[in-house]
Design a binder for this molecule. Structure first.
Ligand code: ZN
Length: 102
């Protein structure tokens, strides 16, 4: 009997890795539009700010790729319009250094 339940951590274990992404300037990230497959820097998206937050649309097909909404004491983030978001791994050099024998 297979047991996936024994091999997981709770979501708190991702806090460090997630802070590496969400503390960065995401406008420099590459994003792939889930609708047409175009890959662009987020900074090239068409941004609409006539709302409590903003909506980013793909510059190629104009479909929504990203929404951020301010709602009272919450911020809601919808990234379902993008297949992925890719940022440079600034931590890569440090990991290599820490894995080298001393
Ligand atoms: Zn698109």
């Amino acid at each position: 009997m297979s047991s996936y339940t024994d091999d997981y951590l709770d979501g708190n274990a991702a806090a460090g890795e997630l802070s590496n992404i969400f503390s960065r300037d995401i406008t420099a990230a590459n994003v792939e539009c889930a609708h047409c497959g175009t890959t662009e820097h987020f900074a090239e998206a068409h941004l609409y700010t006539q709302c409590p937050g903003f909506v980013a649309r793909c510059p190629a097909c104009q479909q929504v790729i990203f929404r951020l909404v301010h709602a009272r004491d919450r911020m809601l983030l919808d990234m379902s319009g993008m297949t992925y978001l890719s940022v440079d791994n600034l931590d890569h050099g440090r990991r290599l250094e820490s894995s080298e024998p001393t």
